[in-house]
Design a protein around this ligand. Structure first.
Ligand code: FAD
Length: 403
């Protein structure tokens, strides 16, 4: 005998996208289940957790969930630049605390959270539309019937794959990092490290969390490089490359590993009774592989649109389309522009990286931030592409705006 449940909305995946969708949908007065396969929300951390203060404020994330960052240092084999700001614009999240805060907000508003529940199948009606999911829970086989399902399973996209709507991401980033205690660190400055010795396709990083704790990591673009990020991380720590040396003694606390899609916004994200959100939808800035704020923002939109559709008793693709329209309007052109810069960056030699840092040095703080956040406003890009005094900067922004 299997355990059976009936919900208006079933969300699979208790990451930032799933918890945020659950919160918004329950707030709109429908019955919601949030399902997570691990023993607890954010049991395994798979992300470095960098995001932006502006987004943190927008989402209401509490102050004790992050370490603020004011300065942005880039280092290449023979060059270095630090962009300084007078106020903190970025932050490194305590990922576990933040993700648990998000799920708790959902729980407080009435969402039923099922942990230790691994979903591995879908239920379909005669039209082949999804009407629920099935898997293994704490008491064995478990079935959830739903009017709408949200696939928030992240990279694996379990539900969308089971429906036959998507196949495995072909282009993606693989990242490995240590959260570690170190002797010396400026807690307001992050480091991005580029060049062949750090990683042949991608970047390495030092992100401070406060209290002399940092995340040191290596990201590798696939299939561009077959380097194992874990192995490379160990090597660069052992060699004490670049700014790693200044950290002094490094004592690892926890190891993190994860995969993030980098195929652009290639997926359709609404089907009859089904929405894809977060990494499942490919909603990440390809330049620095940053997806948390999009997962939260569009998770909330997905929850809102799904709950409206359920209340209106119309949950087909057309009824759910306002979700896809919303996120595409918000980020599609920005992500496409960021993809162009990424294509340029992924092929740079060490010498070219040294030169690229000279270009970055020419940017004002707010221009650099817009750039790294993929927040390219068209008028600003056109201005930079036409009027910047340096030819190299004009060329970079011409590329971003697509000429
Ligand atoms: C190495 C690395 C570093 C990164 N650094 C940053 C960064 O600094 N800043 C940033 O903004 N983004 C970063 N990202 C990206 C960011 O982590 C993702 O964009 C974000 O986590 C997406 O959230 P999500 O909710 O869509 O998916 P996830 O966070 O992956 O959550 C999916 C959840 O679904 C659960 N799940 C999966 N399958 C099932 C199933 N079958 N049944 C039940 N539950 C299931 C998983 O256990 C997980 O809890 C990084 C990614 C990687 C890989």
């Amino acid at each position: 005998m299997s355990e059976e449940h009936d919900y208006d909305l079933v969300i699979v995946g208790g990451g930032p996208a799933g918890s945020s969708a659950a919160f918004a949908a329950a707030k709109n007065g429908i019955k919601v289940a949030l399902i997570e396969k691990e023993n607890d929300i954010a049991e395994t951390v798979r992300t470095s957790g960098v995001t932006w203060i502006e987004s943190i404020k927008e989402f209401g994330i509490p102050n004790d969930c992050y370490n603020p960052i004011k300065n942005f240092s880039f280092v290449s084999p023979n060059n270095q630049v630090t962009i300084k700001d007078s106020v903190a614009t970025a932050a490194v999240l305590d990922v576990r605390k933040t993700y648990r805060w998000l799920s708790n907000e959902a729980k407080k508003i009435g969402v039923d959270i099922f942990v230790k529940t691994n979903i591995n199948g879908v239920l379909k009606n005669e039209q082949n539309d999804i009407v629920g999911v099935s898997g293994i829970g704490v008491n064995g086989k478990i079935i959830f019937h739903a009017k709408v399902v949200i696939d928030a399973t992240g990279f694996t996209s379990t539900i969308s794959k089971a429906m036959g709507f998507v196949t495995q991401w072909e282009r993606f980033g693989a990242g490995a990092e240590y959260e570690a205690k170190v002797e010396n660190v400026d807690s307001e400055t992050w480091w991005l490290m580029v060049g062949q010795e750090y990683t042949p396709a991608g970047y390495a990083w030092i992100f401070p969390l406060g209290n002399n704790i940092v995340r040191i990591g290596v990201g590798v673009g696939k299939p561009e490089s077959d380097i194992d990020p874990t192995q490379r991380l160990k090597e660069i720590i052992e060699k004490k490359l670049g700014p790693i040396e200044k950290l002094g003694k490094i004592t690892p606390i926890e190891f993190h590993y994860g995969l993030i899609p980098n195929d652009g916004l290639s997926r359709k994200t609404v089907f009859n009774n089904l929405i894809l959100v977060g990494d499942t939808a490919g909603q990440a800035n390809p330049l620095v592989l940053e997806g948390i704020r999009y997962a939260i923002k569009f998770g909330r939109v997905a929850g809102q649109v799904a709950s409206n559709a359920i209340k209106n008793k119309k949950t087909d693709e057309k009824a759910l389309y306002p979700y896809e329209e919303n996120w595409r309007n918000a980020i599609e052109s920005k992500i496409n522009s960021a993809g162009k810069v990424q294509d340029r960056w992924i092929g740079l030699s060490d010498k070219e990286w040294d030169k690229e840092l000279d270009i970055i040095k020419e940017l004002k703080t707010e221009e650099f931030l817009d750039f790294i956040k993929a927040d390219f406003g068209l008028s600003n890009m056109v201005k930079l592409a036409m009027n910047h005094p340096k030819l190299a900067v004009r060329q970079l922004f011409n590329l971003v705006k697509g000429k």
